[in-house]
Ligand binder design. Structure first.
Ligand code: 5GP
Length: 236
């Protein structure tokens, strides 16, 4: 089976592979913000996100979190298990920031203990509205048991990533992950975990080290992503 483009998202493209139950994810250099309202191309960004995602998925697998990762097959190509994705954005927040402080009376920078888990409906045309358990179940998106599993996995992902990043001098403020069901119906982490989907602050200076640099024009996006990738990938 030759590689055929199945889906092009805002920053990644998904291709079929030589195996029916495996796909190829290509991390592109495109970057967008505000529901695609701003778009740019930052040569080199795709490679940083692919490498960071692969490293974080491998670490999560070591800690018992099932992911779609099979192998990184080139600078921007990741071979993954085919998943049927759930239209959910599971967001974990350790520190109040972003839409949480825009929409609710939280003070930016205040710790959230225990971390907050928020689930949004992945639908750009509706601006990804926040869901609650009742809406998720009424829409039949997952079962009650799967919903509990998603939250438990999200908490575990948070613990693993927060510990790793803290040791690298980075605060994990919040992040967004997406899940899908594999061919056996098992829930696995899909999509990506990268500087596009995490909010990261330098522990010492408080500087943004993520897509907020692009969203709010805080500095050089590629060099920021490069610095984070270097810290996460270490001597790789
Ligand atoms: P917020 O709700 O504050 O805008 O975002 C919370 C966290 O989830 C941030 O780390 C943000 O990068 C991530 N996030 C939320 N929605 C999306 C999205 O549609 N795409 C990506 N890549 N990340 C998102």
């Amino acid at each position: 089976m030759s590689e055929e483009l199945l889906y092009a998202g805002k920053a990644k493209s998904i291709y079929s592979s030589d195996k029916a139950d495996e796909l190829i994810v290509v991390f592109r250099d495109d970057i967008t913000a505000f529901d695609g309202g701003r778009k740019d191309v930052i040569p080199g960004k795709g490679e940083y996100n692919a490498k960071v995602s692969a490293r974080l998925y491998a670490l999560l697998e070591e800690h018992g979190v099932p992911t779609h990762l099979l192998a990184l097959e080139g600078p921007v190509r990741m071979r993954v298990r085919r998943l049927t994705m759930l239209p959910l954005e599971v967001i974990v927040r350790n520190i109040a920031a972003g839409s949480l402080v825009r929409n609710y009376p939280f003070v930016e920078g205040s710790p959230l203990d225990p971390p907050l888990i928020v689930i949004d409906f992945k639908d750009d045309s509706r601006h990804d509205p926040m869901l609650n358990d009742e809406i998720i179940l009424a829409l039949g998106l997952v079962t009650q048991q799967e919903l509990e599993e998603l939250k438990q996995l999200a908490r575990r992902v948070n613990e693993v990533l927060r510990d790793l990043l803290a040791g690298l001098g980075i605060q994990l403020v919040d992040f967004k992950i997406e899940f899908g069901r594999d061919v056996d119906g098992r829930i696995r982490l899909g999509d990506e975990i990268s500087m596009d989907s995490m909010r990261l602050w330098d522990s010492r200076t408080g500087a943004s080290l993520d897509k907020d640099v692009y969203r709010f024009e805080k500095g050089d996006v590629l060099s920021t992503y490069g610095q984070v990738a270097a810290r996460i990938l270490g001597g790789e």
